[in-house]
Design a protein around this ligand. Sequence first.
Ligand code: HEC
Length: 101
Amino acid sequence: MKTLKAFVVLITLLSSQSFAADAARGQKLFKSCVQCHGADGAGIEKQKAPRIAGQHEWYIISSIKQFKAGKERKNPPMLPFIKKLSNTDIADLAAYISTLK
Ligand code: HEC
């Protein structure tokens, strides 16, 4: 029983860690997005980059993953900036961008 409890605690700790996106880290990563989407994420028309500030986290994540895969949606100008992002990077970015107003 003790082992089981310890196991449950361990799993809970591990999963809460991997699921909690880090918006502060996302803010640092966002520096590479600013030239097109603007410092506040409001978008820059000249770059044809849309507003992303305040967008739902899940939608930001799904969009970036689609662009990265280059299948459902294509985005040549943005690709160099997102192709090296890990799933954690994308989640952290989304956590930050969704808080922008
Ligand atoms: C070189 C310019 C450029 C850079 C840098 C850039 N983007 Fe984009 N981004 C675009 C353009 C252009 C679009 C619109 C693509 C389209 O036609 O759907 C876009 C679209 C998006 C969308 C989808 C918006 C929607 O409502 O569907 C998200 C999310 C996004 N960018 C996030 C990011 C993040 C996060 C970064 C930084 C890691 C980043 N972008 C860097 C140009 C850029």
